[in-house]
Design a protein around this ligand. Structure first.
Ligand SMILES: [Zn+2]
Length: 318
């Protein structure tokens, strides 16, 4: 029954767009234990069920393979790309093997400071808030009680939301202040190592760049934004057997988190494809530096599959 519905949505999409759009989904972490600090990430058990379901109705392809097929007019109508942002180690340990177990390939967008030193600024912040012995915190006039794990998680999620929309230098000085107020803790490696990235590429997965320090480009001065893109691309090109062709904009909403200037910066850095987080699917008419990606927020797996096709049929406004 689900196959029939999916085929029907294909027909509607084809009428609307004159071709079958390629859907690209984005994920972050896949967790073996749930934590209030990462409320939006997938639990491994649910992730396995999802991949099992998807593998019955979709061909799970790496972005580079799918885009190549799209350009050669050989893309299967049930092609689907799964992408993972930031470069967390659970992507290597849990996500990639699960996708491989059903014969699929995936794509991983990496913020390269995480590869280099093992964690990003938000991971450092998470550890500071999680491990603090302080019972309260005032930040930007807002008061937080830090008695329970849940209160700490709420404070952390608020702080991430505040810090991520700042210029890098302001973000980093706030982080330092918070360290001084709440107490410094060592952050252990939670991001993939360089050799894990090489291994994933060798196994046929696509590795793409995602800035160096996980910086939202629209909040940075132009030279800082360009550096963020270029550093991550050069780092990966020096590391990997094959040069990167893909980049995902952190946060990724065109017009808010990045703009035309940043698309030009990508081209200057030798990146062919830029991925946003605006809804829609990819066709030959899509702008290559502003390709849509999305996540259908549906718990029921049949509905999840139908939403993939429906959202892919929505046109990304340009
Ligand atoms: Zn990200």
């Amino acid at each position: 029954m689900l196959s029939v519905v999916l085929k029907a949505v294909d027909v509607v999409n084809k009428m609307k767009l004159k071709s079958t759009p390629l859907p690209v989904l984005y994920f972050h972490r896949v967790l073996s234990t749930t934590t209030a600090f990462c409320p939006d990430d997938w639990h491994f058990d649910n992730f396995q069920l999802l991949i099992n379901k998807l593998s019955k109705h979709f061909t799970l392809m790496s972005l580079e393979d799918a885009v190549q097929c799209l350009e050669n007019n050989t893309l299967p109508s049930n092609a689907l790309c799964l992408t993972f942002d930031d470069g967390y180690q659970d992507n290597y340990e849990l996500a990639a093997p699960t996708i491989e177990s059903v014969g699929g390939k995936a794509s991983f967008f990496v913020s390269t400071q995480g590869t280099e030193r093992g964690y990003l600024w938000n991971d450092e912040l998470l550890e500071i808030v999680k491990c603090t012995k302080a019972k309260s915190l005032v930040f930007n006039g807002k008061h937080f009680t830090l008695d329970t794990e849940e209160q700490k998680a709420n404070a952390y999620l608020f702080l991430v939301g505040q810090l991520k929309v700042l210029p890098n230098s302001t973000r980093d000085s706030h982080l330092l202040e918070l360290q001084q107020t709440l107490g410094k803790v060592e952050t252990s490696r939670c991001m993939m190592t360089a050799s894990q990235l090489v291994d994933l590429q060798n196994r046929g997965h696509c590795i793409g760049a995602h800035t160096h320090t996980h910086s939202i480009l629209a909040y940075q001065a132009d030279d800082v934004a360009f550096n963020e893109i270029e550093l991550s691309v050069i780092f990966l090109n020096n590391l990997l057997p094959k040069n990167v062709k893909c980049f995902a904009y952190p946060n990724g909403w065109f017009g808010r988190d990045f703009n035309e200037q940043h698309e030009e910066m990508l081209r200057q850095s030798g990146v062919a494809y830029g991925f946003a987080t605006n809804d829609g699917g990819i066709t030959l008419n899509s702008l290559k530096t502003r390709l849509p990606r999305f996540m259908p927020h549906r718990k029921e797996l049949n509905q999840f599959c139908i939403s993939i096709k429906k959202i892919a049929g929505e046109k990304l406004s340009d």
